[in-house]
Design a protein around this ligand. Structure first.
Ligand code: ADP
Ligand code: MG
Length: 267
């Protein structure tokens, strides 16, 4: 279970998020969308156990996080969560392989276990093994994000949190990685929360879109709900601002990608 219950997060007395209530079903892929500063990263950081709520609580995989949660408990939450940020967040002074080994080693995994996992994930994300000997600065943006994704998956997380993971990539590499992420979400069956500000990406990768504005959920549903049943004027203008995004074309495109049987990536 992953759930926000009446959660509010303040920074310097100012509300960054909340109050929000949100439940994320196991194995689902949810997209958090909204303009810059609306609280998307704050929501992700709360789920990841990187920060605590000021009121209410977050249930992260059966562990309750609130204002009094200890650092040891937060660490146990982080053990079960994979987290990727826009720039990848790889340590620049470590090779890719060293980046991948760091967390599993600190949690006491054996060298054999780690090597096996690296091998599996190299195949899964389509990287060639020699690239892992390189430092992050010696990789292209797309390769770096693939390594960051591998690193997030090393501990076989219950939940994968992706905070604008493709935001810094050029359109072609971005489209390529969108395709790969979509396949990956289906293969892994992990609970995924993805942040983006791009509605086309949201519609392509998620089956549920949660639109935030000023720290609150303003609409929660499928992409067609945003177009056909906008909950507020803000939703209407948010959708209108996504120029060039054609809801009907997107949906027919989706069908081609999902063999007709399902839309989005609901499992
Ligand atoms: P988003 O990811 O949607 O762009 P954030 O969750 O990063 O938004 O930020 C929400 C609000 O909280 C913003 O007003 C931001 O300036 C503020 N904020 C985020 N992190 C911090 C922080 N560490 N200290 C102070 N203010 C912060
Ligand atoms: Mg952010």
């Amino acid at each position: 279970m992953f759930r926000f219950s009446n959660v509010t997060k303040l920074y310097a007395g100012k509300r960054a998020l909340g109050p929000i209530d949100l439940e994320l079903g196991r194995g689902s892929t949810t997209v958090l969308i909204g303009r810059s500063g609306c609280g998307k990263s704050t929501a992700i950081r709360l789920l990841a156990g990187l920060t605590r709520a000021d009121s209410g609580n977050v249930d992260s995989g059966g562990v309750r996080i609130d204002g009094s949660t200890t650092e040891a408990t937060l660490r146990s939450v982080r053990r079960r969560i994979g987290y990727v940020i826009q720039e990848g967040g790889l340590f620049p002074h470590l090779t890719s392989l060293e980046n991948l080994r760091l967390a599993p080693r600190s949690f006491g995994e054996s060298v054999d276990q780690i090597n096996r996992r690296v091998h599996e994930l190299t195949e899964l994300v389509g990287l060639s093994h020699p690239l892992l000997e390189r430092y992050p600065a010696q990789l292209s943006g797309g390769q770096r994000q693939r390594v960051a994704l591998m690193r997030a998956l090393m501990l076989d997380p219950e939940m994968l949190l992706l905070d604008e993971p493709l935001g810094a990539l050029d359109p072609m590499i971005r489209a390529e990685l969108q395709d790969e992420l979509r396949v990956l979400f289906k293969t892994l069956r992990t609970t995924v929360v993805l942040v983006t500000h791009d509605l086309a990406e949201a519609a392509y990768l998620g089956n549920r879109i949660v639109l935030l504005d000023q720290g609150r959920v303003v609409q929660d549903g499928g992409v067609s709900d945003l177009f056909e049943r906008p909950a507020t004027d803000f939703v209407r203008s948010f959708v209108a601002a996504q120029r060039g995004f054609d809801c009907s074309r997107q949906r027919s495109g989706e069908n081609q990608h999902t063999d007709g049987a399902e839309t989005g990536n609901q499992r």
